[in-house]
Design a protein around this ligand. Structure first.
Ligand code: ZN
Length: 397
């Protein structure tokens, strides 16, 4: 064997070792479906039971979304992560703070909010999905009430409250964060609450929830199993699952990471939402465009997260930023299409060839763009020289 052949063999062995060492994440990104054209989904959480000012904000949003159309003529779609109750402050105060009472979205005082949601749904611009019966775990609030005046005032307010004003750990529904680190809830309690919230959602919208997004992105296998039994087939994730709040109150105990199209233990399809567009926090319209371009290069749908608070705290500026972002996205990617999460999940599930790439060369090129996100892989690929053949994959065909 010549020296050259020996060196080449050693390099190939080294590359094989690198590929083997990262086989799991590399294979996962190969299995992840590749979309053939840009897809944009605007996701907005926290709507429903709460301040009555939502009605105007929702009407303005619906009008805005109808003005923006993709190349098929479809208006922009925004999901509404729906919350179905807030505390009934007057009743809680009247009972001496000894028991929790809820004010349901079905209550007469929310008529204008309900009407604005339904109008947008009928116009095809709003798509509801389950965020939670409430944006907290009621027993955790009750436990905190005795020691925390801020929570006590919030819980007993005479007007429907904004859950955004609660301390962040208490906004989590599926753990008891009354003290930190949070404690897990009993599986039976989760099962019962998830079943009840799905029934509540069904009584309000006329059909069981098919898509769910956990409040503050903290949930676990028990929640997923209960949701699955209730009809939820799609779970929105940030790409990882936190299952607790740590001592500092931060989401923690990550027990799973996921890519779009992967399945939960209970069989649901995960979607990844990881572009954050909160105009009230200073995010500019270009951020939405940049997110769409980056996800499209990766053959992924762009799921944009924008919360209700933007449209309550800085309504006009946030509406203007969203419209500018959507129009800029259309100008930059004229073939972008507006989808709902359920439509995306079905497209992926059926591997619809009109939307999902099956040709080897384009799939390899997209796969390459996904590899830099794997921790340490980029560095190892550069050091070993594997980056050179991988870069070749990205060459235009
Ligand atoms: Zn939320």
């Amino acid at each position: 064997m010549t020296v050259l052949a020996f060196v080449l063999t050693m390099v190939l062995v080294l590359w094989a070792c690198v590929l083997l060492a990262f086989a799991g994440p590399l294979a996962a990104r190969w299995r992840e479906p590749v979309l053939r054209q840009p897809v944009l989904i605007i996701e907005s959480d926290d709507w429903g039971a709460g301040p009555l000012a939502q009605a105007v904000a929702l009407s303005r949003l619906a009008a805005l979304l109808q003005r923006v159309r993709d190349c098929s003529g479809r208006p922009a779609v925004m999901t509404l992560g729906v919350v179905l109750e807030v505390p009934d402050g007057k009743r809680i105060a009247a009972t001496g703070y000894t028991s929790y009472h809820a004010l349901s979205l079905a209550d007469a005082r929310f008529a204008t909010v309900r009407a604005a949601m339904q109008d947008g749904i009928q116009a095809g611009v709003f798509v509801p999905q389950l965020h939670g019966q409430c944006h907290y775990w009621p027993p955790a609030l009750q436990a905190t009430l005795q020691t925390n005046n801020r929570v006590r005032d919030w819980l007993t307010a005479s007007e429907p409250t904004t859950t955004e004003d609660l301390p962040s750990p208490l906004q989590t529904r599926w753990v008891d964060a009354s003290s930190l680190p949070s404690r897990a809830l009993a599986p039976d309690a989760i099962q019962q609450a998830a079943t009840a919230e799905a029934a509540s959602y069904q009584s309000f919208f006329g059909s069981a929830p098919q898509v769910a997004v956990a409040t503050t992105f903290i949930w676990n296998d028990t929640v997923e199993a209960a949701w699955a039994q209730a009809g939820v087939g799609v779970i929105i994730t940030p790409g990882r699952r936190s299952t607790c709040r740590n001592a500092a109150g931060q989401p923690s105990c990550v027990d799973a990471t996921m890519l779009t199209g992967e399945r939960s233990l209970a069989g649901q399809i995960y979607l990844v939402r990881d572009v954050y567009f909160e105009p009230a926090l200073g995010h500019v319209p270009q951020r939405l465009v940049d997110g769409l371009i980056a996800r499209s290069r990766q053959g992924r749908a762009c799921l944009v997260e924008t919360h209700r608070f933007n449209f309550l705290q800085a309504r006009d500026a946030s509406l203007a930023a969203l419209e500018a972002g959507l129009n800029a996205a259309l100008a930059t990617c004229p073939n972008v299409r507006f989808f709902s999460p359920l439509e995306l999940a079905r497209t992926i599930q059926t591997r619809d060839p009109a939307w999902v790439e099956v040709r080897l060369i384009p799939r390899l090129a997209v796969w390459r763009t996904r590899l830099d996100e794997i921790p340490r892989f980029r560095r190892v690929a550069q050091l070993s020289g594997l980056a050179l053949p991988l870069a070749w994959l990205e060459r235009p065909a």
